[in-house]
Design a protein around this ligand. Structure first.
Ligand code: ADQ
Length: 533
């Protein structure tokens, strides 16, 4: 079998380029390398004329076939129908859903063109795996052109109930095109139930156990919770904190010995960033004893800035952070910092490990990989606490986080306080459970499981079996935790550390070591403390 992956955006690697650790793109690339394969999609660029035909470029065992879109296609297919109609609709935000007939026509036309250009590149034993909401009708277009290969779809974002989806004009036509797939993969069981509900209510298809049945086909609908490269990300976090790279020094340096709460998201209204800033402000107002002692770092690079709702969100987050900082800040302490840039995986992993609280509070999210990255990056001996929205798909697997309703600012504010005050043993217990779940269902498990079900190697009856919990990283007690996170140091610093160790060795459990170290004046030796400049 050869694997053909189709996704909206495809990045062709530069010659000799090393692939960064982690992420969906890396996992797909390694699946393609294993089976030999083709990756097809939009280059992300625009051209004056629509592409006529494409010649794949080969990199090792993988060929890349990318096309440019015209500016009109980018506007209608990508910005219009995909991001102003489908994205808000799928995230249950009917009020933001903006439907325009010409956008829908552009969306269908691009899907038709993808199909027309892909068909000549296909071979009889190819297995085709199509990704995400930009390409829902692609399988139907391929079938119309006589393609009989196995075709699977994976939906990375939520799927709403039929009453919400049905509000979209042409919703029946769009959803019925899903029956051209052999396998529909969803992030959670709730999403799988919703699409089955939509298919049975809005089309003539009927349900038979886990299948949706039409005259042409039986389509299996199944949840496959997506994961990350947990072990790889954990190692990255350890090495990032040890190396104390520049972005980490520059961003966490000004914190001194203060605690850090972190949020990391694309700047998107589904992520609940403004509501999160308000919750942090409320936490500081309700618990003034924490003022001056803890800061929120919100990393939020802008995305889709040519969609008006995103530009407005950008303005709003600045406005709220500015207002709260002005009301609550001190001359030597800024409670909230919003940083709008993308960081390397290594720097992000270091930030997560430094943070005592990971604040992941989307209003709605397919899965949310940041929740998994935050847990993977923690120090097993002194882990931070994850505060997680119940509306993130990740909450279905990560019940040991502090689960909150992001619409309830008071609840989120109180969860921040609970997380900051949580005793070490309780933090370790929760971390170990979370880690064992995300490590068992990591990105390698996800890709191989999906492909095994799509190719029939795993029968439909066992498709929803999950692996047993994985082993958690070894703990070595507070001493090992310190050694693991201490930055590479000069001999003079090492001798200072030896004398400070006496303080640590006499310290009790829980928060005591942190306080004693801080009093001893060397925050660099604290498990999660920022490195001095
Ligand atoms: P996204 O909406 O993009 O993905 P998410 O799952 O959180 O959301 O993934 C974001 C990724 O971007 C993470 O790997 C994160 O580390 C990275 N990232 C965010 N800010 C960054 C920054 N400043 N610098 C560098 N990297 C940054 C969609 C769905 C999700 C689903 C994924 C995968 O919306 O629900 O989990 O696909 O299926």
């Amino acid at each position: 079998m050869r694997l053909v992956v189709v996704s909206n955006r495809v990045t062709v690697p530069e010659k000799g380029e090393k692939v960064a650790a982690g992420g969906l793109a890396v996992a797909l690339r390694s699946a393609l390398e294993k089976h030999g394969g083709l990756w097809f999609g939009w280059s992300g660029a625009t051209a004056a004329e629509p592409a006529g035909e494409i010649t794949p470029q080969r990199h090792g065992k993988v060929s890349y076939a990318v096309i440019d879109l015209t500016e009109a296609e980018r506007q209608s297919y990508y910005l219009g129908f995909s991001n102003r109609a489908l994205w808000p609709l799928m995230h249950y935000r009917l009020g933001l859903t903006e439907f325009q007939r010409p956008d829908y026509a552009g969306y269908l036309a691009v899907n038709r063109r993808f199909a027309r250009l892909l068909v000549p590149l296909l071979q009889p034993d190819d297995v085709i795996w199509i990704h995400d909401y930009h390409l829902i009708p692609l399988a139907a277009e391929l079938r119309r052109r006589g393609v009989t290969n196995r075709i699977g779809y994976f939906h990375h974002i939520p799927w709403p109930p039929a009453e919400v989806f049905g509000a979209l004009p042409f919703s029946s036509t769009l959803i019925s095109s899903m029956t051209a797939y052999d396998l529909i993969g969803m992030q959670t069981q709730k999403d799988a139930d919703n699409i089955v509900d939509g298919l049975t209510k809005l089309t003539a298809a009927r349900r038979e156990e886990r299948f949706i049945v039409t005259q042409q086909r039986r389509t299996l609908v199944q949840a496959f919770p997506i994961g990350i490269d947990v072990e790889g990300f954990r190692k990255l976090a350890v090495s990032s904190v040890r190396a104390a790279t520049q972005p980490i020094r520059a961003t966490t340096g000004p914190l001194g010995g203060r605690k850090l709460v972190i949020g990391v998201d694309r700047l998107d209204y589904s992520k609940g960033i403004v509501q999160r800033l308000e919750a942090f402000g409320l936490f500081l107002r309700s618990h003034p004893e924490y003022r001056g002692d803890v800061g929120l770092l919100q990393i939020a690079p802008p995305s889709r800035s040519d969609v008006p709702e995103y530009a407005e969100l950008d303005r709003q987050s600045d406005e709220v952070a500015g207002r709260l900082n002005a009301a609550l800040g001190e001359f030597d302490w800024t409670p909230i910092r919003v940083v709008k840039k993308a960081y390397s995986r290594s720097a992000l992993a270091g930030f997560y490990r430094r943070a005592q609280v990971g604040l992941v509070t989307p209003m709605r999210d397919g899965m949310n990989l940041v929740a998994k990255e935050y847990v993977a990056a923690q120090n097993p001996d002194d882990p931070g606490v994850l505060v997680l929205s119940r509306f993130a798909g990740a909450a279905q697997q990560m019940g040991e986080a502090l689960i909150v309703n992001p619409y309830d600012t008071h609840e989120v504010a109180e969860a921040i306080r609970t997380a900051l005050a949580m005793p070490r043993q309780e933090r370790i217990r929760r971390f170990e459970r979370l880690y064992s779940v995300i490590a068992a269902t990591d990105i390698a498990w996800w890709t191989s499981r999906y492909l095994a079900v799509l190719t029939g190697k795993v029968p439909a009856e066992s498709a929803d079996e999950l692996p047993p919990p994985a082993r958690v990283p070894r703990r070595g007690g507070p001493r090992r935790a310190v050694a693991e996170d201490a930055p590479a140091e000069k001999p003079a610093a090492a001798s200072r550390r030896r004398s400070l160790r006496l303080v640590k060795d006499s310290a009790g459990e829980d928060e005591a070591p942190r306080r004693k170290f801080a009093q001893a004046g060397n925050p660099a030796l604290l498990p999660n403390a920022p490195t001095p400049r």
